[in-house]
Design a protein around this ligand. Structure first.
Ligand SMILES: [Zn+2]
Length: 61
């Protein structure tokens, strides 16, 4: 199964729906990877408005 990324919250997952925001509009065309382990302490998480830990794509097309 290929990785998909949510266009709304940029979370990378393997399913057909985003496990975070339940969106079904997922893309397989993305670049960059941010692994957020501690959203509250992460500058990247703040910029990307990420509240849950996980793997996120930096850019989604
Ligand atoms: Zn999402």
């Amino acid at each position: 199964m290929s990785e998909k990324v949510c266009r709304d919250c940029h979370l990378i997952s393997y399913g057909h729906t985003c496990p975070s925001c339940k969106a079904i509009d997922l893309s397989d065309d993305f670049s960059g990877l941010a692994i957020i382990l501690a959203p509250k302490d992460s500058v990247i998480a703040k910029i990307m408005k990420i509240e849950k830990k996980g793997r996120y794509a930096l850019r989604v097309r």
